[in-house]
Ligand binder design. Sequence first.
Ligand code: R5P
Length: 261
Amino acid sequence: MKNRLAQLIQKDGKALFLPIDHGYFQGPTHKLEKPRETIKPLLPYADAIMLTRGVLRNCVDPANTKPVILRVSGGTSVVGEDLANEGLTTSITEIVRLNASAVSMSVFVGSKYEHQSLINLTKLVNECEDYGVPVMAVTAVGKELEKREARYLALCCRIAAELGARVVKTYYCPEKFHKVVEGCPVPVVIAGGPKVDSELEVFEFVYDGMQKGAIGVNLGRNVWQSEYPVAMIRAIRAIIHENYAPKEAQGLFEQVKAGKA
Ligand code: R5P
């Protein structure tokens, strides 16, 4: 368990995870139509990639040594009835066989399927703990993005940690994000959500989230849907691992974009 966690969370205690699992409920997401091509230039700058077994099997070179966080919940789609109605998709045998450094699954607190998703989390934790595989719980909001406020996120993160998640992925919120992190006894990483308008906005929320106790990010669309994905991931990496302020990160972004760094 400690060895796997050390593969994900770096010696400085920080982490940059690159999620490309969106197709498991969204299908061929914009700029992720060909995952192999999307990740190729980005992999050197990520501490781990998060993806499903299907994309791992078909779109990632088996010689890849970048740690893998395997998405192991699903069974819903954006055109289906309810995104919260997820089940576990991948057996522990497959998780171990694929040499995953961790697994991730979504919990939908407050939804019609709250109980089901929380019991799924406990089942997964029970199986994974036996094999030393950390579970990263994703506090999902489905299509209800307005749920992303501190009181709700703190509730979800705490419950996920209490049920055995070793890491929790949640959303950043501008108000009282420190309360989300302080109430959660395991490391918290921030998801990005839908692409926002400017790069600086991303750098600002990543920086603020880190100042308030997050250990890093699990941030996808705001990286690979950018016109300059390598510049984005390098700037975000500098915030996480080199403590760059948002404007310094913007400076690095501009330099990489111009081919000067
Ligand atoms: C969605 O549920 C996926 O699990 C993503 O991994 C997660 O939302 C993070 O990606 P993004 O930064 O694009 O929101």
